[in-house]
Each structure stands twice: as structure tokens, then as C-alpha cells.
Design a binder for this molecule. Sequence first.
Ligand code: ZN
Length: 652
Amino acid sequence: MESRWDAGEAERFPGPLGQRVYSSRLLGREPSLVLHGGGNTSVKLRQQNVLGDEEEVLFVKGSGFDLASIDGNGFAPVRLGHLRALTRLQELDDVEMARQLRVAVLDPDAPAPSVEALLHAVLPHAYVDHTHSEAVLALTNTPSGDDHVRRAYGDLVVVLPYVRPGFALGRLCAEVLPQLGNETIGLVLLHHGLVSFGDTAREAYERMVALVSRAEDYLAANGATEGELEAAADVAQTAHGLQLAQLRARISAVAGSPLILRHDRDRRGLVFARHEDVASLSQSGPATPDHVLWTKRVPLLGRDVEAYADAYRAYFDAHAGEGVEMLDPAPRIVLDAELGLCSAGRNPEEADAAAEIYDRTIDVILRARELEQWQALSPAEVFDVEYWSLEQAKLRRPTHQLEGEVAVVTGAASGIGAACVEALLAQGAAVCGLDINAAVTKSSRCPAFLGIACDVTREDELRWALETCIHRFGGVDMLFLSAGVFPASRRIETLDLAEWRRVFAVNADAGVSIMRLAHPFLELAPNGGRVVVIASKNVPAPGPGAAAYSASKAALTQLARVAALEWGASGIRVNVIHPNAVFDTGIWTEDVIRARAEQYGLTPEEYRTQNVLQVEVASRDVAELAVAMCGKAFAKTTGAQVPIDGGNDRVI
Ligand code: ZN
């Protein structure tokens, strides 16, 4: 490992806290050191309080902050003396420790201090860095981890046996302080990670780099290098979308709510899933205990989700005390000889985090195996962290009504389609947006959005798009048909048949194609499949000059009604929305609106609100109705046609 310290860059972070921010970000940039909020750092300062008294203050990373992007506000200022005093207690339970950490915070607007704050407090050094270095984990997750560490480091580190992070670790650290000699530059926490310290941010950081490099060199000297997987990597990957969707349906059923299932097309996972020792290697436990929050203790091997859930319940029963509530028993990582690596989560971010963590875990496992033998923490110790209330707090957050569900929206680059994408994301759904306009691929950078440029009139492109969606999110639960064309006004006697067919191809035929292709996935939707068809006021109240548009939307509406009849028994609901005069879509420019208004002797404002309620209907209004149709309020409604037009006297 190389130091990334850049003196010029470091100068842009003034003061001791600035330096703390800079080197924290350097650590955060190394996925081999910290992943997804793991690791923490601190600096000790003397400060004057508002009364003019000098105080010793520990600035420690706030819980849930990511080192890679942290700034000064991500550190909680805590009274150092109080934290040190706490470690002199014989016992302190989780809840009380969390309360005491909060009590010691000097700024009511600061984040909650990291649960590892006590460890930072007891060490006498100004700067303390803590990571979950993979090289060190490969060394310590072995039967003779202790010996490997001593051989690799000599007197450079003090080795701590595994104890749970938090109070126990802080207290143990206080106990070993007398063992810290002049040569000591860090601590190795068996099965957990690494601590370095120093008088300056640079010293602590470069000691971390030096310690990690030693572990890497030791592994290399003992033949434990990466690359074992590549040699065996010549295998084809033939994962089929339907198999993934079936697997997701079963995982969601066991979880009790829909989960996103991401399929990793990377071959490493597949090769590991086919490894001759995968059963023993994968079923030992995580590389460092806090990974359990993302990956659960062990992956599901194969696809027997129900057996996994039974084993999870047995693990829970064996270790849970009174009054502990079981988390859902569904796996978060799947290793399957045909599918390779899949990861599950309540949303795409969680599934991505689990996939990244496990991908790196594979590497740690294989290096430990080459060195000696992979041996993770015992199930009891992993359980202890999994059900530790302070860690579970990291997972708690408000949930949205469509969380874990997947929607496909056609015509997603603009107008009502784009508004539907936004409304779905706001409700927590993962969204795959399709559009012939390639801009759709860049319309959102949110990990819950996947934009695919495709022509909805081509079945091969639709099939590929759905398959891509399944690999990313695991299924299709909701289908929003929003793509449509509105040709120039033309009377029937002048209507060109080619134009008629072109309009039908997009507005009606594409609907049949995508509904047919999506049907097997909609049938597997954990909360029941839903189709929302964006039709038009022109269906109940056609207008002159719009024969092709009105007839094609009427055909689409009739298709939806038949689908509601045919698919109802499988729990798939199909409903239709008839918007009118939605002016914030591509076809209505300010000039067109002005011209039309003049034609009727109205102002543009009057023209926009020419309906019973005299309100303007926006794309967002239509999108909100469309999303509501997927929720609880419409759970017992199918085959309905709902207008959203401010009230139309020709329809009422
Ligand atoms: Zn840690």
C-alpha cells in the first residue's frame, strides 16, 4: 500500500481538525481499508469553552458518516475526561453507553459519536485511525492469527484478542496501555481490524499505510496472493432473468417484504460459487463483524431459501436472549453455481453495499486460506454484533411505501414518464426508465435508477431491456406505459395509412409487447404486479383531427381492460389514467399554447385552466395519481379508468 499524502493538498485543510478531515478522506478512498461507513478516526484538541475554561476535547467520527466524504461537521466533539472515566467502570450496558456518549457531546447539533469512541479516548495520542484493513483481516481470520500478527509486526503493535466493539473494546484498550512501548505504532484487533496513532495526522496515516503494507508483504511472502480465482475463471455465465426473478420472489417471501436482488455479472462470484471448498469457506462467517449488517453471517449456497431461513431461525434461537426480536431470516448474499453472486437489500444501495463487501470478502477468505486456513469469528460473537442495539440503529430509518419494489416506465425521458420516474423514486421504488431518447441513460445518477435507451416498438430491444432490469434489480413489479406519440392534427380523409400504423405501433402495439414480456415477472411480484396505463381523455371524449391518436389510445385502454380480466387471478392489477391538457410535456411549447389560446379568444392562462375546476394539470399530478394506483389506496381496484383533467364536461 502506498501513501497518498500530498503536502500541497494537505495545506488546503487548515488546523488540526482540517488535517483530521484530510487524512480521514485518504483512508476513505481505500476500499481495502474501509467499506460503507466502516472505520473511524479522531483527534484530541484543547479548546476554550464559552466560560473561558480550557477543555480537552475528542473530535471523533460521527456514527454513520463515510470517511471518504467526511468534513468537519462529521466529527462529534466529546469531553475526553468523561469518556476516559467511563472506561474505568466494571460494566456499562449498550443503551447506557450510547446515552453517556451523547451526554459528553459538547455541541447539541453534532452527530452521535461513533460506537468506538471509547477506544479513541483512551489512547494518549493526538491522532487515532481505525480501519478494517483486508490484509490484516486475512492474517487474523486464521487459526494462528495471533502468531501471524506477531511474526509480521514484532513490537510495532500490541495485539488485542477479539472483544465486542464499544465499551468492552474501550476497556480492554485501557488495560493494555502499559504494554505500549516506544516502538508501538498501532494495535491489531483480532478478527476486527487495525488501529494506528501518532502526534500528527500524517504520522498516524503513514503508520496505517506502513502497518497494512507489512501485512501485505507477509501474505505475499507466504504465498497468499490474489489471483487464484482468475486461473479457474473460464466458465460461461448463463443466468436467466426468470431464474433471478423466481429467486427474488422466494427471498422476498421469506423476508416478509419485497427486496431488491442484484445479480453480479462479474465472474469472480461465479468462480467462487463453484470453488471446490465453497461450502466450508463461505459458511464460516464475515471478515469483520460489522459486515454482518449488510451480508448476514453467511451467504445462501444454492437456492434453497426456505432451508436458509430455517437455519437462520435456529441460529437466532441458539443465541438470542429474552425479549430480542428476530430480524428477517432472508439471505443477503447468494452463491449459486449457475447464477454466481447475487445480493439482496431493502433498496439498491443496500444490495450494492452487500455485493461490494462480499466481493472483497471473497478475496480475504482466499488469502487467509492460502496463508493457513480461513476461520472467522464464532457464530455467537457474530450474533452479538448483529443484534447489538447500537449497530442495529444504523439500519433503522423511515421506510417508503414502495421500498424494495421495481418499476419499469416507458417514455421515461420526458413529460409524464419522467414525472412518474421521479414520483416512484420518491416513494422508494427502484426504477428502470426506457426511452428512445438516449438522454434517459443520464436522467438520474441515483443508484435506484437505471435508464435504458430502447425502441419500444422493437420486441428484441424490449426483451433485452427487461433482462437488464432484472439483473440490476431482480424483478418487475410495476409497469408504467407512458410512451406515446401525438401526431399533427389531420382529418380522416387525408390520413395516411403509414402514419396511422406508426402511431399504433408506439401507442398500442408496444403496449402489447411489453405487457406480454413483463407478464412472467409481474406474476412473481411480492406485493402483486401492477400495470398503469397512461391513456387519454380522447378515449372517452375524442377530438376531431386526432383519429390515429384517439383510436390507438382506445385500443390500449381496451387491451388494459382485457388484461385486468385475464391477470386478476394472478393478483396483477391493471388500471388506466386519462389525463387531459397536460401542458408541461414535450408537445406543448409556450408558442403552441399562445396560438391555441388565441384561436379560442382566451388568454394562455385561461386556456391552461379550461376545465370544470379551472385548475392546471401538470405531469407531476398525473405521476402522483399513477404512483398512488400502485399503493394501498388502489389495492382492491383493477380495470378502472380514472380521469385527471380538472373535470371535463364532455366526460362527466
Ligand atoms: Zn471497527
